[in-house]
Each structure stands twice: as C-alpha cells, then as structure tokens.
Design a protein around this ligand. Structure first.
Ligand code: URA
Length: 235
C-alpha cells in the first residue's frame, strides 16, 4: 500500500490531479478538495451504503461502485466469492489482469497457487471465501493507494460481517496492514494468531510474492498448517 498520490514525481502528480479533477466534475463538483491526501473528501456523499442485507446486495453495490478513481480503468469490479457461511476467508490485495477480465478473484497465476495452498490443507476453493481489499484493478497492477483502500474498506468489512468467518487469512502486506490498521511488515504480522473483532487473523505471504520468492514457501506452509489446526479446533 502506498500513501496516496505520488508526490515525489511532479509530472505524475499533475496527471493524477487532473484525473481527480475530471472525476470531481463528473460528480458535479467544481473544485479540488483541500487536501488530495484526504480523498475521502472526494467521495460522493452518501456513497458508502451499509449495512447490506445480503451478499448478493453487497456484490451488486461493488459491481456498480464509483467511489474512487479505480472505477475509471477497470473492465469490471471483482466482488468476493464463496459460500456465505464460510469459516475461512482469504483476503488478497486487489484484482490483477485476469481477475479484471473475468470478474472473479484469484483466477490468474497467483490464484492458481492460492488454489494449491488451499488444497494443501485439505480444503477446496469452493469451501472457502476469497476476496480482496480493493475490488477494482489498480492500473498496471500498482499497489492500491491509501484512499482507494479506504474507499473500499466498508465493502470488505461488510463481507466479513455477512459471511461471519471465524478465521481471516490476509495474504500479503496490503491485506494484513489494512485489517490490523498498522504499517508493520508482513514478515512481522505473520507467524502468530492476531485478533480481528473476535475472529482469528492468521496472515501469510501473498501467493504472487511466493511465486517470485519460492524460498518463503516454507514459512507460508507453517502459516497454513496453523490455519488448519485452528480450523480443526472449531469443528
Ligand atoms: N492478486 C490479488 O491480490 N488478488 C487477486 O484476486 C489476484 C491477484
């Protein structure tokens, strides 16, 4: 996760401000918000509807969402998927190219590895809920900006409230930091059981990271075994 528009690159910052201004105009606003850092100010009022009465209503809202600039470049938004009573919820960062094309989470190369990770603890993809922090693909697969994470946070919280999983497995630093509201590294957040609103939170590495750094798979395997142990303890 990066802390907002890139202020170290003036050319890029100007481009982002222009994009934001156009977005504001679309919503009938005349001026830039006072702080581009606080882009919650840029959200159309009343856009964060909740609570949702069902997973289907939530998915519809996600698919139609225009709450941040990511909506501009997406082919489609990607709601989470899985049984509405899943015990386990895996949470990634945001859709990539394949997910944006298909409208489903974790269907590209990282998704194939996630499927194998789930199978390695004797579960199937169909038995767990899989979602992301942001529901629209960031351009060029960049990390989501903080304001984009915040614009999507209520969707993730609603998914958690409606599915009511007992164990959350954030995959990688974006998801782990978002849920713990810290800036700690994933290597510091993994390897133990944390609490998220009376649920167990067991963070591990993102499968895309594991594809690039196969040496980290041993630690990920330890995390997955911990997930399985806790899962068994709930039965
Ligand atoms: N990476 C993610 O974080 N989520 C996806 O859905 C795919 C790749």
């Amino acid at each position: 996760m990066v802390p907002g528009p890139d202020q170290t690159n003036p050319g890029r910052l100007v481009g982002q401000l222009q994009e934001l201004l156009e977005f504001q105009k679309d919503w009938g606003r005349q001026f830039l918000p006072k702080s581009v850092k606080n882009q919650e100010a840029a959200l159309p009022k009343g856009s964060l509807h909740r609570p949702y009465e069902s997973g289907a209503a939530l998915s519809r809202a996600i698919v139609e969402c225009q709450n941040c600039l990511l909506a501009r470049n997406r082919r489609q938004a990607v709601p989470g998927e899985g049984p509405q009573n899943s015990i386990l919820m895996f949470i990634g960062e945001g859709p990539g190219f394949e997910e944006d094309q298909q409208g489903r989470p974790f269907v590209g190369p990282a998704g194939q590895l996630l499927t194998k990770m789930i199978q390695a603890i004797n579960l199937t993809r169909e038995e767990v809920y899989i979602t992301n922090v942001v529901k629209c693909r960031p351009p060029e697969n960049r990390d989501p900006f903080e304001n984009e994470v915040e614009a999507c946070r209520s969707f993730l919280e609603e998914e958690i409230r409606l599915v009511d999983p007992r164990i959350l497995v954030p995959l990688g630093s974006c998801a782990a930091q978002t849920l713990t509201r810290t800036k700690k590294k994933i290597s510091d957040l993994r390897g133990r059981i944390l609490d998220f609103k009376n649920r167990q939170l067991i963070a591990t590495y993102h499968p895309a990271y594991l594809l690039r750094n196969p040496g980290a798979k041993r630690e990920a395997w330890e995390d997955l075994k911990r997930v399985r142990r806790e899962y068994d303890g709930l039965q």
